[in-house]
Design a protein around this ligand. Structure first.
Ligand code: F6P
Length: 318
């Protein structure tokens, strides 16, 4: 390996810094220089590249966000953008790259692999929407943030006997909704994998009210409903006060949890080891508590793989 580039791309996720630290220290162990590429694929095209030393990453393992910054590059989606990126990598003598990001970022990584760069991807996304890995970096921290928030909402719901619809992130994946409902006692959940229509949500609420359960938490994944419409529908059908809370970007920030720090450290080192072993075109993951890698071309469709988990776990909630 000549020089190793590292970038973070897409939405930031707590634990990205921990992964960067692990990559730099592991590369240093092998005597390989690391170049930090700022602002994701766009920064690569724009030549925002500088050396990244072990000293620079010493105290970042516990910090939220990403010191390398990130972006969602539209230019890189085009062939012309990717060709520019390739030229820049050649100019900087970077022949190996670690890309930390979600679904779209790993697709970008695959494109660079196809152009002859040695690339390894690391899943960094709060959404946990990559089927090939049980967990992505950032998911656990965000889950804990969601739990803290819904715990507070439940306090006020119980004081007022009210129902709150809480919208969590996840893009098109219901893991944040499902796991937070399981761990935090959400009464009704609706996810892209198992969506509920307005009528079903109402009849479940009615059945709870009939059992004198007057404070209710309805957890839904973003992008599924117009929350105001849902709120008005429930209030029109049932004699109850309904409030809505969109947790929003509070879910993306914060210091990574211990789980995410350990996961990110393991994945960072594993990614460097793969590249040192001459391997390219794969994404690191974790399956049944073992760090694994999967070809970038094989990262399956999330819905297909996660259906079974959803039917098992959902029995505990709705
Ligand atoms: O992928 C992470 C995520 O936070 C999703 O949960 C959310 O849908 C999206 O990013 C928001 O994207 P943006 O930061 O571009 O608004």
């Amino acid at each position: 390996m000549k020089k190793l580039g590292v970038l973070t791309s897409g939405g930031d996720a707590p634990g990205m810094n921990t992964a960067i630290r692990a990559i730099v220290i592991a590369a240093d162990h092998y005597g390989v220089d690391v170049m930090g590429i700022r602002c994701g694929f766009q920064g690569l095209i724009d030549r925002k590249i500088h050396p990244l030393t072990s000293q620079e990453v010493e105290n970042i393992a516990d910090k939220g966000g990403t010191i390398l910054k990130t972006s969602r590059s539209t230019e890189f989606l085009k062939e012309t953008g990717r060709k520019k990126a390739l030229e820049v990598l050649r100019d900087f003598d970077i022949n190996s790259l670690v890309v930390i990001g979600g679904d779209g970022s790993l697709k970008g990584a695959e494109k660079l692999h196809d152009l002859g760069i040695n690339v390894i991807g690391i899943p960094g996304t709060i959404d946990n929407d990559l089927a090939y890995t049980d967990y992505s970096i950032g998911f656990d921290t965000t889950l804990n943030t969601v739990l803290e928030c819904i715990g507070k909402i439940k306090d006020t719901d119980s004081s007022h006997d009210k129902t709150t619809i809480v919208e969590v992130m996840g893009r098109y994946c219901g893991d944040l909704a499902l796991y937070s409902a399981l761990a935090g006692g959400g009464e009704i959940i609706s996810t892209p994998e198992k969506p509920l229509d307005f009528h079903t949500i109402c009849s479940r609420l009615r059945s709870r009210i009939n059992r004198s359960k007057n404070d209710n938490l309805v957890i839904v994944t973003e992008r599924m409903y117009d929350l105001q419409e849902l709120q008005q529908y429930i209030e029109g059908q049932l004699d109850m006060h309904v409030r809505t809370t969109v947790l929003g970007f509070v879910q993306r920030g914060g210091n990574p949890s211990a789980f995410d720090r350990v996961l990110a450290s393991k994945m960072g080192v594993y990614a460097v080891d793969l590249l040192m072993g001459g391997y390219s075109g794969a994404a690191v993951g974790i399956k049944e508590n073992k760090i694994i890698h999967e070809k970038l071309g094989n990262l399956n469709d999330v819905k297909a793989d996660k259906q079974e988990k959803y039917s098992l776990l959902e029995k505990l909630i709705n």
